[in-house]
Design a protein around this ligand. Sequence first.
Ligand SMILES: *[C@@H]1O[C@H](CO)[C@@H](O)[C@H](O)[C@H]1NC(C)=O
Ligand SMILES: *[C@@H]1O[C@H](CO)[C@@H](O)[C@H](O)[C@H]1NC(C)=O
Ligand SMILES: *[C@@H]1O[C@H](CO)[C@@H](O)[C@H](O)[C@H]1NC(C)=O
Ligand SMILES: *[C@@H]1O[C@H](CO)[C@@H](O)[C@H](O)[C@H]1NC(C)=O
Ligand SMILES: *[C@@H]1O[C@H](CO)[C@@H](O)[C@H](O)[C@H]1NC(C)=O
Ligand SMILES: *[C@@H]1O[C@H](CO)[C@@H](O)[C@H](O)[C@H]1NC(C)=O
Length: 815
Amino acid sequence: MKISLMSIHCLILAVFLQLALGYGSNVSYDSRSFIIDGQKKLLISAAIHYPRSVPAMWPGLVHLAKEGGANVIESYVFWNGHELSPDNYYFEGRYDLVKFVKIVQQAGMYMMLRIGPFVAAEWNYGGAPVWLHYIPGTVFRTDNEQWKHYMKKFTTYIVDLMKKEKLFASQGGPIIMAQVENEYGYYEQSYGDGGKRYALWAAKMALSQNTGVPWIMCQQWDTPDPVINTCNGFYCDDFTPLSSKSPKMWTENWPGWFKTFGSMDPHRPVEDVAYAVARFFQKGGSVNNYYMYHGGTNFGRTAGGPFITTSYDYDAPIDEYGLPRLPKWGHLKELHGALKLCENALINGERSNVSLGPQQEANVFTDSSGVCAAFLANMDNKTDTNVKFRGMTYHLPAWSVSILPDCKNVVYNTAKVGSQASVIAMTPEDLRPSAVSPGKKSKPLQWEVFVEKPGIWAKPELNKIGFVDHINTTKDTTDYLWVTTSLNVGSNGIFLKNGSIPVLSVKSKGHAVHVFVNQKLQGSASGNGTVFPFKAEFPISLKAGKNEIALLSMTVGLQIGLQGEQLNIFKGDGLKSKNWVSTSVPLQLKPLTWYKVLVDPPSGNEPVGLDMIHMGKGLAWLNGEEIGRYWPRKSSKHDACVDHCNYRGKFSPNKCSTGCGEPTQRWYHVPRSWFKPSGNVLVIFEEIGGDPTKIKFSTRKAVGVCSHLSEDHPSISVDSWTTALKDTTNNKPTAQLSCPTNTRISAIKFASFGNPSGACGSFSQGDCHDPNSASVVKKICLSRSECSIELSEENFDLSSCSGTTRRLAVEAVCS
Ligand SMILES: *[C@@H]1O[C@H](CO)[C@@H](O)[C@H](O)[C@H]1NC(C)=O
Ligand SMILES: *[C@@H]1O[C@H](CO)[C@@H](O)[C@H](O)[C@H]1NC(C)=O
Ligand SMILES: *[C@@H]1O[C@H](CO)[C@@H](O)[C@H](O)[C@H]1NC(C)=O
Ligand SMILES: *[C@@H]1O[C@H](CO)[C@@H](O)[C@H](O)[C@H]1NC(C)=O
Ligand SMILES: *[C@@H]1O[C@H](CO)[C@@H](O)[C@H](O)[C@H]1NC(C)=O
Ligand SMILES: *[C@@H]1O[C@H](CO)[C@@H](O)[C@H](O)[C@H]1NC(C)=O
């Protein structure tokens, strides 16, 4: 007896010492899951790309991911943000990778580091440095000595940096796995034998780094053991890893999609995201990474292309501004809770499948200790159905999975959303002039402007007959390239004949172009983000003699760049450049114009968006920080938007889009941490012409919350699982409402128990309605920061419209 007590003490001491001395973890895997220090793990991972937000946001984002049920944070590493020129490294500010990984560690989470270093990611040049392209003899991503040299050098640099900071799990850090290359399987064949050799080389190069943690390659169909090949897609339940020793991993589960300027706003319904995730675990998966969990912002010129918007919101569970997107965040949080209840069975149990109908199946996970968890799926994309499982009947909505952590009680169904939704508002606020000194009354807004001269503004970079390749010429140091020529028109020439209108025809394989003749803007044209060249014709007027034709070619991204860029007039000493001219009424509708104005931050502390709906196209900065490209380009009215999204059936990016006929992006995120208490310098470069007096800041917040709960919602919630199991009869589905911090429910805008229709923000009463709904909800919820409303007979008239499944819809105002 004494001896065993002693040994327990020793064990505790040993464990304690191990933690205290920061000894590493042993990370391995088997065919079912990752194994960390001998413990098999279910990994729920959240992609948050560090340069797509700011360090001040990182702890909050990581915390919100953890609260949402994730235990891993994933990020790519952005090579061209770190190696600015050969051997010239940058790890400050938004690129402080070490700081980011340490924040993940402090939150007690693991890290998946996808080094690449080619990463795609809708990031400029896919993360590859443009300078490397111009080192003679370099061919990207194949068996090319130059490319392999630089790629290995950077990969080693990152690995060594992580090792130096003891960030690999093998050293006591949070990084439990790393990725080399990215979705190369799609391209390998087109490189022939070189592609094949390169993929193998990349895997071996990675293994030779001796990180002590496993390596993965995604969408790669010839990875050698022990490198794990993984799946990316909207669904990965059908995926099987190449090696029978590898676990089934989903590195990119796309809960939404990215946007391009001029296109619609894609949404992926959460019922379908949850369905895909549940199916993945039902089919033996154990690692799921949401790409993205927080998409964030493509600040400056970091958006890849072409035409990717500055917003990289991605319809992700955390929105671009850092607020939880509800009900998506909440419904997935509950899913993660339900999976966690099944963890033991999922990764240790035997899996067997049971057919429940032509398109219905169950997978049952059992082990010898009596653990049992079951997933019941209805893959039918139209019809709800009842299935029989172990002597009980279960209702399964179309395209849904029910989770039964004890093979008997349902805690979660992917199509039944119990989480609250929220009403998000962008509240506009005029730009506030910065008080020159505290206490002094501020003057009206003081603007300064500087107008670029269209065309070559200094000695031309080069003279050439014919055209040049845009990127070849700019090396991507700017979005802009001036191309000019001149045309002599004789006074009796055809161009000046009465009734004749000369037409300038421009054909380009680039992204966009503005056309100037004799310093006047004639028009603009742009492509549609595909490889197709675009062609545009501009009626112009010419004069006798020399006419200057100047094309401003753009990449959305021969003089390279603009004069203002050359002068750096948007930051540092450039802000004092004598090119700036003061005015109280800034020029309007004037192309090629720089604007500068001193402003105070918008009130409150909510996230801020810069409203650019009244501007044309250009770039914006605050205090020298790059907000990014703005372009309120509209999507076509004739695009295929939907009023109501049917979550059932396979998702594709255009399935559930909104915003037809509206600007793809109106607001541009300006992180709060970029603002000073006063004297903030906002600089805008406008290409086409806009009205700067109408620029506003908008603050973003949840001003209301909604619940839409059905009486057949699982009555045992994930949270109440252990207590509820003692007595499953008295549980009733319960609607939960919770206002953001420091706000309370101040009004009930809508409440109906019956068959209400619509969605949060637009509910309407149906023909079945309990007239006491509003008074009941008001009594329970008014003046509270949160409240729970049971769908019980104490609260509602359960005799009305019996025979149908009734629902409670509530919209509450938070203030
Ligand atoms: C790490 O764990 C694996 C599986 O649990 C085991 O096979 C291996 O021997 C361990 N390695 C070390 C160095 O402890
Ligand atoms: C059960 O799984 C096996 C292999 O995973 C498969 O071959 C079989 O078709 C499945 N049966 C049902 C009923 O889905
Ligand atoms: C880019 O420039 C190089 C030489 O500087 C030339 O060989 C190549 O053909 C150019 N590419 C294009 C697309 O113009
Ligand atoms: C063009 O026509 C107008 C009247 O139609 C005439 O006044 C003008 O002189 C003509 N100009 C030329 C260049 O022929
Ligand atoms: C883009 O434009 C080209 C050429 O006009 C056209 O063939 C193609 O269908 C367009 N693609 C999209 C996605 O609009
Ligand atoms: C629904 O399922 C049917 C049959 O499996 C299939 O043919 C159809 O394409 C599916 N529809 C959607 C929207 O997924």
